[in-house]
Design a protein around this ligand. Structure first.
Ligand SMILES: [Zn+2]
Length: 286
């Protein structure tokens, strides 16, 4: 699933390709995405000029010249990119914004967990997701992050995945940041020390910034807004490496399910001081 670095890469790519273009037509497939496209949204869009693009958490916001916007979530397998209108598509293309430039903004989504919606002027993005979005990782300091994490008895991995605690972090970067900070994903938030929270804050910022520099992680479907994939999969320390040797201590990495998500860590370098209850047995642990 695309996380903050992948979504940020899409936004940066699209910023170089979309602003100034005028929407000439809207096409949607007959198979709905997570949110069904409404016919009236098409009327709002045709003739509008595209302005600035923003990211908030894992959401993409395409601003229009009337202050309305198109808000996009990539879901699990969504690809949002600009291409020539005559480039052949396949049955997984579910949305096209044809532009006056001969190009189009195309949304392709194999699993169809992604969504696009029109938002009227003045409606804040934070009203779209269920529950409020937490701050961006670089808009918190260690004290604020500590307050958010240490009031919970859940496993720290589950806390990091909670978009109300912090927006944008998902499974890959939670595992990578916890490894960098030498914190067990099973540790309870309430049990983390101030020092551990400072280490985690630094690790999150560093891992996310490095992943953005590498254009994100392409494991299956993810591509940026120009169609180019990511490169951070070559730098992953623990994610997807269950059973392989830890790059720090050479002992085998473990894979467990925590809060319903596959979780990768080194039991030696990330020794738990107490386990939370979200741990489930995982029959496919290598
Ligand atoms: Zn290790």
């Amino acid at each position: 699933m695309p996380e903050l670095p992948e979504v940020e890469t899409v936004v940066r790519d699209l910023r170089a390709l979309l602003p100034g273009s005028v929407i000439a037509a809207v096409w949607t497939s007959s198979r709905p995405l997570r949110v069904a496209w409404q016919a009236e949204w098409t009327q709002h869009l045709v003739g509008r000029r595209i302005g600035h693009l923003e990211r908030r958490g894992k959401w993409i916001i395409v601003k229009l010249d009337d202050n309305a916007s198109v808000v996009v979530h990539l879901g699990m397998t969504g690809q949002l990119r600009v291409c020539d209108s005559d480039e052949p598509g396949d049955e997984h293309v579910h949305f096209r914004l044809r532009l006056n430039t001969g190009r189009e903004l195309r949304f392709r989504d194999i699993r169809r967990f992604g969504s696009l919606r029109w938002m009227p002027p003045g409606v804040p993005i934070d009203s779209v997701p269920r529950g409020r979005l937490g701050p961006e990782p670089w808009d918190t300091d260690p004290e604020e992050l500590g307050r958010r994490i240490r009031r919970s008895r859940r496993a720290v991995k589950a806390i990091l995945l909670d978009q109300q605690v912090m927006a944008g972090v998902g499974n890959i970067y939670a595992d990578e940041a916890l490894f960098a900070a030498k914190i067990s994903p099973l540790a309870r938030g309430v049990d983390l020390t101030k020092r551990q929270v400072r280490q985690l804050h630094r690790a999150l910022n560093r891992v996310l910034q490095r992943a953005i520099q590498a254009r994100g992680t392409t494991i299956r479907n993810y591509v940026g807004g120009s169609g180019l994939g990511g490169g951070f999969q070559d730098h992953l320390q623990v994610y997807g490496r269950g059973g392989q040797p830890c790059r720090r201590c050479r002992r085998p990495l473990t894979r467990l399910r925590v809060a319903g998500r596959s979780t990768h860590f080194c039991p030696q370098c990330q020794r738990p001081s107490g386990a939370a209850s979200e741990v489930e047995s995982c029959p496919s642990v290598p």
